[in-house]
Write a protein that binds this ligand. Structure first.
Ligand code: SAM
Length: 332
């Protein structure tokens, strides 16, 4: 997670701010959101640490937030609130689609996105395209409560590879009802930055069946214009490709941020669905066990605060992201 462009190398560990606060803490982990702001977390225990060919992987136990996956120094999912992020990534688009049967996940190594997709009884096949087998292995071993059996569901298939290349290899065959982009941030030199460009969204659109949709995580929202550039640019990039685009957010405590999502639809408008219809679809598909998303949230979430509407339409410096002109978040 995190946002904003800018340079600078940050320290990921530092002295505790006060000895009294440090009881039981193995070390401090600091995620910098921008050159002059960030969040420090107390690490109680390191469960796994490795460097794969793609990224640095850590699974830790954080004070307050619980078990957490960190990739390249950025928090991906924490036990306290991963369900907020994953429910909000998956269900709005799946519910808005009239009958999703085949779903593609790009990234999603924890398996929590697959877990949520598989709650829809109408889904017959979920393919998860993860670039890094080490993330999958670490999550399977250390975060089984995040994937909750999803990896063993007969409808689930894991494909190890680059999501960008995979989608392009389908060469425009429309086979998916919904494509979910649950990738790491666009970091300079990282594996994911080409998953946020106009060219990639065009490739995704070409593999969607009529009426299909894409949803992507879209970085954090901020009142600070420099920090809002990335999320607004993702929105504008989707708008350059899809006939209908919706933007919504939710607060994710362990990200210390209001997190954004963008749906690009070639069919129904997710914001056009009333609470009764959302409730009917959830019931008909047997989707239970939701802790955040529901009919009330669905009907409210597309109403954005005025300042955010203003940023989406008017933020200077936000732009359509292209392969030749990518966007990078702050890396610290
Ligand atoms: N919830 C997360 C966040 O903080 O935004 C994203 C979670 S998920 C762990 C992200 C996954 O995307 C990682 O496991 C990473 O290996 C995978 N990934 C990054 N680039 C990729 C690519 N080009 N193709 C497929 N998977 C990719």
């Amino acid at each position: 997670m995190t946002n904003s462009t800018g340079g600078g190398k940050a320290e990921r560990t530092a002295s505790p701010p006060s000895p009294g606060l440090a009881k039981g803490i193995e070390r401090w982990f600091i995620e910098r959101h921008a050159p002059y702001t960030g969040h420090y977390y107390g690490v109680l225990k390191t469960l796994y640490k490795a460097k794969s060919p793609f990224q640095e992987i850590e699974v830790v136990e954080l004070a307050y937030y619980g078990k957490t996956l960190i990739l390249d120094g950025k928090v991906q999912s924490s036990a306290d609130s991963e369900w907020i992020y994953h429910e909000m990534l998956v269900h709005p688009a799946l519910v808005a689609h009239e009958g999703p049967e085949r779903v593609l996940i790009i990234g999603g190594g924890e398996g929590a996105t697959a877990r949520e997709v598989l709650k829809h009884a109408c889904v017959k096949a979920v393919e998860m395209l993860e670039i890094d087998i080490e993330v999958y292995r670490a999550c399977r071993r250390y975060l089984p409560e995040f994937n909750a059996g999803a990896f063993d569901d007969p409808r689930f298939s894991l494909i190890i590879g680059d999501g960008r290349k995979f989608v392009e290899s389908l060469s425009g065959r429309p086979v998916y009802d919904v494509v979910i982009v649950d990738a790491t941030d666009p970091l300079e030199g990282g594996p994911a930055y080409l998953l946020y460009t106009k060219e990639f969204y065009e490739a995704i659109r070409s593999v969607l069946k009529p009426g299909g949709m894409m949803v992507t995580q879209a970085e954090d929202v901020s009142t600070v214009p420099q920090m809002a550039t990335c999320t607004v640019s993702i929105y504008r990039t989707a708008k350059a490709v899809f006939p209908l685009v919706r933007y919504y957010t939710c607060w994710v405590p362990s990200f210390d941020g209001e997190w954004a999502f963008v749906i690009g639809s070639t069919g129904p408008d997710p914001a056009g669905l009333g609470a009764e219809e959302v409730a009917r679809r959830l019931e008909e598909r047997g989707v239970g066990d939701l802790k955040y998303y529901g009919p009330g949230v669905h009907t409210a979430m597309f109403n954005l605060p005025r300042y955010l509407e203003g940023l989406l339409e008017g933020l200077e410096g936000a732009r359509v992201i292209r392969d030749g002109e990518p966007i990078f978040v702050f890396s610290g």
